[in-house]
Design a protein around this ligand. Structure first.
Ligand code: HEM
Length: 286
């Protein structure tokens, strides 16, 4: 799928490295690159905790064949009469840990340059698994019915479509050996794949701030806040990625400053939301 990728571009760097090499060394560009690194480290650590939760709750129960354990998270995850639905759910959560662990690693330039074969194989596994996550997620949403009502189902369906589309273009441009566009689509894919993790982190940030269910009904898990959050994490980040590339490629002052400030605030939100999700949601379920 990605054959010839690294032989062809031995000196080609990841978008993050490119930014570091090509950018003018002004205060604006230095700050921009530092905040991008800060975002990456916080995101990586947060996704590690999420992957740990998935491994401990789902992989452990799958290994022990203790399917009922899924229902400690939500009472409709294991349905005795629905063998196909249970199988799709098992595959979905099995792959969830793999993509969550692999995603950030694909963005580390050192792995890319020092271990290109590993990066290439991880890329194959990541994109194949991303497609399976999108398809299994669609099944769970529309055949099994998901938590959160119609608006949330529509928003996460867009997320699945974005995953499938960005995966398609990431593969297509890798095959066409257009590595610049391949990497841009790969970053779009990574951000789309992070939507589910972002939903949990920003949901818990909201709960940390309000200390109560504000803007949604906790029994039905529906309401304006949840609809806005779903759009904000499943669809809107694609525009942020376009903003990132525009800032990085042009270094037009107001675009770069605006993006840097936005990313700093977002990263602080991820930091606090991760603490909330870890202590209030993930650790108690393990
Ligand atoms: C691509 C990254 C994704 C990851 C890492 C992921 C991860 C997970 C995890 C861990 C769960 C179990 C619930 C929990 O313990 O929090 C879950 C459930 C579920 N996922 Fe995903 N998922 C992803 C994508 C999707 C997509 C794209 C869809 C829909 C199109 C989807 C639909 C669902 C549904 C419907 C459930 C059952 C829970 C519910 O009813 O809302 N997922 N997912």
């Amino acid at each position: 799928m990605l054959s010839g990728f690294h032989g062809e571009v031995a000196n080609f760097s990841h978008p993050f490295l490119l930014a570091m090499k090509q950018a003018p060394t002004t205060v604006t560009s230095r700050l921009f690159r530092s905040i991008v690194r800060f975002w990456f480290v916080v995101t990586f650590l947060s996704q590690l905790v999420f992957a740990y939760y998935v491994l401990m709750v789902y992989w452990r129960s799958i290994a022990a064949r203790n399917w009922e354990h899924w229902n400690t998270v939500n009472s409709h995850f294991f349905v005795r009469s629905d063998r196909t639905g249970n199988l799709v759910f098992a595959l979905h959560v099995f792959f969830a840990a793999i993509v969550t662990l692999l995603g950030p690693l694909q963005l580390v330039p050192q792995i890319r340059s020092r271990a290109p074969r590993i990066h290439r194989w991880c890329g194959r596994v990541y994109i194949s698994t991303a497609i399976l996550m999108g398809l299994s997620g669609l099944y769970l949403t529309w055949v099994r019915s998901a938590i959160g009502g119609l608006q949330m189902s529509i928003a996460i369906t867009f997320n699945a479509l974005i995953i499938l589309t960005t995966a398609f273009f990431a593969i297509r441009y890798a095959r066409a050996r257009n590595f610049k566009l391949h990497q841009q689509w790969a970053v779009h894919l990574f951000v789309a794949m992070s939507g589910v993790w972002m939903f949990r982190v920003f949901f818990m940030l909201w709960m940390v701030i309000h200390q109560a269910p504000v803007g949604f009904d906790p029994d039905t898990f529906t309401g304006p806040f949840l609809t806005a959050l779903a759009i904000g994490v499943y669809i809107f980040p694609q525009a942020i990625v376009a903003w990132y590339f525009s800032a990085r490629q042009t270094y037009i002052r107001w675009i770069t400053w605006g993006f840097t400030l936005f990313l700093l605030l977002t990263t602080l939100g991820i930091f606090v939301g991760t603490i909330g999700a870890t202590l209030g949601m993930w650790l108690p379920r393990i």
